[in-house]
Every structure is written in C-alpha cells, then in structure tokens.
Design a protein around this ligand. Structure first.
Ligand code: KIV
Length: 267
C-alpha cells in the first residue's frame, strides 16, 4: 500500500489543505496515463452511459457495464484510489440491494470504494454498506440519475431552503460514514459553507474553487464530448477537432492511394 492513495490519505490531504485531483476514466490506457501523472482519485463514473455508450442520460447503464469498466481501470491503476459508481436502480430499492451491488463493485470490479447519489434519504443505505467495510463517496447537489425529477441538468441549492437542505444532507452523509462527498452544480458560496462544515473532503464539479478537490469528466476536459458544454468545464485539450482532422486525412490518404507509403510496407 506504500504510496497508494487511500481514503485515509485523502482525509489527511484535506486536513493539511492539499487539494485532491479526481478525473473519470473508463478504459485501461487512459487510466494508466491518468494514474501516472498523479491524479489522486479515478472515478469510473456512470457518465460512461453518455460519453462512451452514447446514451442521452446516465440512466440506461447497467451494473454489469460498470463492473466491466471498473475492473479494467482498477487493473491499470497503481497509485490512485479507484471509485466505482453505482448505476441507477442498483442501490435505490433497498439497503440490502445496495450492499449486494457495492459488494460486487469491490469484488468483481476491484474498486477501492463506491459512489452513490442522494441526500439524507440514503443514510440507512450508506450505514449498511459502510458497516460491511466498504468505503462510500456520497454525491449531492445535481445528481444526474434524478435528471427527470429535476427537469434538466439545473443548478441546485439556489434558494435558501434548497441550500439548507443540501447543507443538512452533507452533514447527514458525513455522519452516516461517507469518506468524501461530490458536490455537483451548486453555487460556490454554498459549496464553501458545506466544505467548512465537514471534516471529510468535498470534491466539486461546477461547485467553485472552495471545495477540497475537483473532478471533471474526461471526455469534457479533452473536448471530445460535444453534445453540450457546461460552463464549469475547462477544456484542457480540444481533441474533438484534432481527431476529426486525423480521421479525415486518413480517409483522404487511403482514397488517394498515398497510404500506406513504402515505409509502412514490407518487401
Ligand atoms: O459519473 C460521473 O462521471 C460523475 C461525475 C460527474 C462526478 O458522477
């Protein structure tokens, strides 16, 4: 375990004010690169449904799909903590169902921790899973599995009542045993209040700079996911146009007979 990021290491980082860098990954080679550059937490997110499988929302992805990708990412990872996301309807039915799904994520997916969405109503489920020795990351604010309830990917916590509800949920999730909490698409002032109120790390996405860490979806920060562009995404490399250019030049080369050239051919 020497040098490996554990849930305890993340909590120590937060205690000494060191920010946590988290990214999503879904395949071996990308996870290997991300791990080597020092990303602390790799989330095999259910955004897999949208950025890899091409669905409109995260809802259609199955536990089997998530287990397949999580095992691949875990095998590529030497240092980072690998968190497997529990997909829609793999944990909402009962704490027992959630425990079975979380157990499969650890045993078959080889994850080091699991993540699930939801506020105070998830407390009994979280206690059941943590009680079995499985670390849980919570996720509140905009929880994409509830997109149809919210009526879109809208900012959450914008009113005083909503903000209070999110703050109380955050405290309840910490007390239930979460080791960290994702805060998605909430006002930065509220994220600061939540981060101040908790001792566990908060990991923001669209929640401003005052969280203890940040997470982005890989395909967003690489400019490959082009269906919509949330304001909170920073594009670190715009690979969409680069990929289109490479594929178009390949097609042109093949059509014109200039690829393969002599250096690509065997005598
Ligand atoms: O599934 C995912 O990628 C996530 C991030 C948006 C935090 O939950």
């Amino acid at each position: 375990m020497a040098g490996k990021i554990t849930t305890a290491v993340l909590q120590e980082m937060t205690a000494r004010g060191e920010k946590i860098a988290m990214l999503t990954a879904y395949d071996y080679l990308t996870a290997e690169i991300i791990d080597k550059v020092g990303v602390d937490v790799i989330l095999v997110g259910d955004t897999l449904a949208m950025v890899v499988a091409g669905h409109e929302t995260t809802l259609p992805i199955t536990l089997e799909n998530m287990l397949y990708h999580t095992e691949i990412v875990a095998r590529a990872t030497k240092r980072a903590l690998v968190v497997g996301d529990l997909p829609f309807m793999s944990y909402q039915v009962s704490p027992e169902q959630a425990l079975v799904s979380a157990g499969r994520m650890m045993k078959e997916g080889r994850a080091h921790a699991v993540k699930l969405e939801g506020g105070r109503r998830m407390v009994p489920t979280i206690k059941r899973i943590v009680g079995a020795g499985i670390p849980i990351m919570g996720h509140i604010g905009l929880t994409p599995q509830s997109v149809f309830k919210f009526g879109g990917y809208k900012l959450q916590g914008g009113t005083a009542n909503e903000a209070q509800r999110i703050l109380e949920s955050a405290k309840a999730l910490e007390n239930a045993g979460c080791f960290a909490l994702v805060l998605e698409k909430i006002p930065q002032g509220l994220a600061a209040r939540v981060s101040e109120a908790l001792t566990i790390p908060t990991i923001g996405i669209g929640a401003g700079p005052h969280c203890d860490g940040q997470v982005l979806v890989l395909h967003d920060m690489l400019g490959i996911f082009e269906k919509f562009h949330p304001k909170f995404v920073k594009v670190y490399a715009n690979l969409g146009p680069l990929m289109r250019d490479a594929f178009s030049r390949y097609v042109a080369d093949v059509k014109q007979g200039v690829f393969p050239a002599p250096e690509h051919s065997y005598d």
